[in-house]
Ligand binder design. Structure first.
Ligand code: HPA
Length: 262
């Protein structure tokens, strides 16, 4: 049996692992709850696919069971995760339809469980490079020329589910944010706690509140995602093709130091 070294977390608009063959669905039990995961094959590699908001987009960002999702991928053996995310842009050079390979985050969430190490064990994980630099490099190197992929960007994570006020967006710009979304935190942190490499390909779906000439709608977000879904899929597939399971980075160091969880 092949081992499942790679995981894809589909955000809004990405519910269907069309690129995978021999699809099967499994339920993974974790101490945090059960998680539905689709497992399929792409070019002799087994890939686990998880829909962050559920396969019917029924779970809003603040209510996602991030701990269960990440622990489920860990239990399947996943070492490298490519996540997708819809974002609003604060940066005039990142326009709707562009992709951004996030390299930093600013955490503006309020009520989320951000760690597996709640009692009995103290772990302070390094966040100098929250998104795996090697995984990001593979994605960048495999980006087809016709696709616009910004090689870095700072993601401001809000609590949601509401969109932001223009005043908040102005503040995030002053902080150095490039894009705003509702899900990267705590997902990226939990992946690091369990020693998995993690990267986010963000799709810019709109200019953020106060920058966009129109009020924001979820419909607009979904429409831009639909228009750019084929490109996103191409980007993910090309990257998966080139990935191996060796972690040539520091992503697993803190996890090893802390002992074993999951
Ligand atoms: N704000 C927060 N999350 C988002 C946005 C936005 O403008 N667009 C897509 N996800």
């Amino acid at each position: 049996m092949m081992s499942i070294n790679f995981g894809v977390i589909g955000g809004t608009g990405v519910y269907n692992p069309k690129m995978l063959t021999s699809l099967r669905e499994v339920t993974v039990d974790t101490p945090y709850g059960n998680v539905q995961v689709k497992i399929g094959v792409y070019q002799n590699k087994e890939i686990a696919f998880l829909a962050r908001h559920g396969f019917r987009h029924s779970v809003p960002p603040h209510a996602i069971n991030y701990q269960a999702n990440i622990m489920a991928l860990k239990k399947l053996g996943v070492k490298k995760i490519i996540a997708t995310a819809a974002v609003g842009s604060l940066n005039p050079s990142m326009v709707p339809g562009d992709f951004v390979l996030i390299d930093q985050f600013i955490d503006f969430t309020k009520g989320r469980k951000q760690t597996f190490f709640e009692e009995g064990k103290v772990l302070h994980i390094d966040m100098t490079e929250p998104y795996c630099p090697h995984l990001r490099k593979v994605i960048q190197e495999n980006c087809p020329q016709e696709i616009t992929l910004h090689s870095q960007g700072t993601y401001v994570c809000t609590e949601g589910p509401r969109f932001e006020t223009p005043a908040e967006i102005r503040m995030f710009q002053m902080w150095g944010g490039d894009v705003v979304g509702m899900t990267s935190v705590p997902e990226v942190i939990l992946a690091r706690e369990l020693g998995m490499c993690y990267a986010t390909i963000a799709t810019v779906t709109n200019f953020a509140a106060g920058i966009s000439p129109n009020p924001l709608t979820h419909e607009e977000v979904k429409q831009t995602l639909a228009e750019n879904g084929a490109n996103l899929q191409k980007l993910i597939i090309n990257s998966l093709e080139d990935l191996d399971e060796i972690q040539n980075c520091l992503c697993a160091e803190a996890y090893k130091e802390a002992g074993n969880l999951g």
